[in-house]
Ligand binder design. Structure first.
Ligand code: HEM
Length: 515
């Protein structure tokens, strides 16, 4: 538990937080959530502070999000997955003579936005088919969301921005590029469902109408879906693919599970959600991806009207208690000594109690076990079950490491081996060169700063340890010590070698793992 500001603490103890988040507990949503309003003057399901009002609204939304009232939920997701595969295959497969870079980070976001808009509006917004950021939605949300999240932490500023009296001086969100356009599209879609001759359909919007949402509520909740369900899911897919790409053992094991499933007829084309759930290693990969890189890291601050004790510390009434997903998801007590590593095997063959604890902990990312559990969890998990199988498994290609690379003691001047993405069934693959926002830290070789610019253009690394691990793998390739499969048991040793050489700049001065 750490105090981070007056009246604010952050808690990294999963068990304590789960106790606080339980349905009948003294804790409720704090004012932080008010900042999650889209219309500054009206609450939505995520920004509603009053539990009773929230529960009533939630009861009306559950039948749509659970898929109960929706005829074609799985089909819509299948169609969008097919759209992504088709985009890759028609536009981004490099040839011998032409290199076509593929920005995976961005395209995955196109995919999740098209999935959610298909569910929310009944038609995709066309990010994938147009292969572009439609009406600058991503660009504008990327600039406005950080400001929005900052404002959630400054209550007086929030009060000003949400004051109807100051409406005339503040920018009208409906007139903003991107978000405003989506709001207008939502209004148009909702307009068809209300009025004299309403269109009746068994889709999410139809379910909102059938359960008595007012027209204004339906408009707001439709936009909430887009906000809540696109960036989160895209982050989870990107991060998991990235960790797969840089963990060859994991990749091969997952590919083997999928190959066997297809061969033995346990995986249809396209894979169904139920079939995905029956693949133990895929499930382990999904959980490990969510754990190692939590997709939604907002404060989720709760308050209590009475003094409470959390982690043995007295917390005065009215104190905001936020959560720390990074500490919880990397807790060695819960996930083992190697909690910092991406190792899906940790999810297999555990005693029941340990498995339950790990499952409960990772599902905290959806605030499971509380009255505020993410309503889109089912949709997100369906997307994962299908995407990792159908769209692509990354292949770490080690082909083409040149002699000059092998001779370079530092190896920073050479491009790392390309990372490749290929779909489960079709044989084509694409080279991935960009990871977008996933990689804030771009490392430089301290001894060859100029040369590292070339590498930076080519690929970005995301943490020092991972970086070093990859450098370690590369060195094995480059020095001809490319290990056969069995020897990957030494992965742990490579990792510690990587840590040890970290201080010397990446690659290390001639350092070699002990293998
Ligand atoms: C990996 C993917 C996702 C993650 C990690 C995630 C996470 C979260 C979190 C942390 C909350 C806030 C709960 C709270 O403290 O009140 C939430 C709420 C919500 N999410 Fe998600 N979400 C994901 C995907 C989705 C998707 C795909 C949708 C829509 C289809 C969605 C719709 C919602 C809604 C409507 C709420 C409000 C629930 C309520 O207040 O009762 N989410 N989600």
């Amino acid at each position: 538990m750490a105090r981070i500001a007056p009246n604010w603490v952050v808690c990294g103890d999963g068990a304590e937080l789960r106790r606080m988040w339980r349905v009948r507990s003294a804790w409720r949503r704090g004012p932080w959530y008010r900042g999650l309003r889209i219309n500054p003057y009206k609450d939505n399901i995520v920004s509603t502070l009053d539990d009773q009002v929230h529960d009533k609204l939630r009861a009306k939304l559950v039948p749509s999000y659970s898929g109960k009232d929706v005829d074609n939920l799985h089909q819509l997701i299948d169609d969008r997955v097919a759209g992504l595969v088709s985009l890759i295959e028609t536009k981004y497969v490099s040839t011998e003579t032409e290199f076509k870079p593929f920005d995976l980070a961005r395209k995955v976001q196109y995919f999740t936005l098209d999935v959610i808009s298909s569910l929310a509006f009944g038609k995709q917004l066309g990010f994938l088919s147009e292969d572009k950021d439609m009406f600058d939605y991503i660009k504008t949300t990327e600039t406005t969301l950080p400001i929005l999240l900052l404002v959630t932490l400054v209550p007086w500023l929030l009060s000003i921005m949400q004051s109807p009296r100051l409406r005339w001086v503040l920018p009208d969100v409906r007139k903003m590029v991107g978000v405003g356009t989506v709001m207008k599209l939502a209004e148009a879609a909702v307009a068809e469902r209300y009025g004299d001759k309403p269109v009746v359909k068994r889709d999410m919007l139809g379910s909102f109408v059938a359960h008595g949402l007012s027209r204004e509520q339906a408009e707001t909740e439709t936009v909430v879906q887009l906000f809540a369900g696109s960036d989160t899911t895209a982050t989870a897919i990107r991060a998991t693919l990235l960790f797969l790409m840089t963990s060859p053992l994991v990749y091969r094991r997952l590919q083997a599970e999928i190959d066997a499933g297809i061969r033995e007829g346990r995986i249809s084309a396209p894979i169904t959600d139920a079939e995905g759930k029956d693949l133990p290693y895929l499930q382990a990969v999904i959980r490990e991806g969510l754990r190692i890189w939590p997709p939604a890291t907002g404060m989720l601050a709760k308050i209590s009207d009475t003094d409470q004790v959390v982690c043995g510390v007295r917390i005065p009434a009215g104190t905001n208690v936020a959560w720390s997903p990074w500490s919880i998801m990397r807790s060695q007590d819960t996930f083992g000594d190697d909690a910092d590593l991406f190792r899906p095997e940790r999810w297999l063959d555990n005693p029941a109690a340990k498995q339950r604890l790990m499952e409960q902990t990772v599902m905290m990312e959806f605030v499971s076990g509380s009255r505020w559990e993410c309503l889109g969890k089912t949709v997100a998990l369906i997307e994962f079950n299908k995407t990792f199988v159908e769209v692509g498994l990354p292949v770490v290609s080690v082909v083409g490491v040149s002699k000059s690379v092998a001779d370079d003691p530092c190896s920073c001047s050479a491009a790392p081996p390309p990372l490749r993405l290929h779909a489960a069934r079709p044989s084509k693959s694409v080279e991935v060169v960009q990871w977008g926002r996933l990689h804030p830290e771009r490392h430089e070789c301290r001894r060859h700063p100029a040369e590292s610019a070339a590498v930076k253009r080519r690929i970005a690394w995301w943490t020092c340890t991972r970086n070093m691990k990859w450098a370690g793998i590369r060195r094995l390739v480059e020095t001809g010590k490319w290990v056969e499969r069995g020897k990957w048991a030494s992965f742990g040793r490579i990792d510690s070698w990587c840590r040890a050489t970290c201080e010397n700049g990446w690659g290390g001065p001639g350092a070699q793992p002990s293998t």
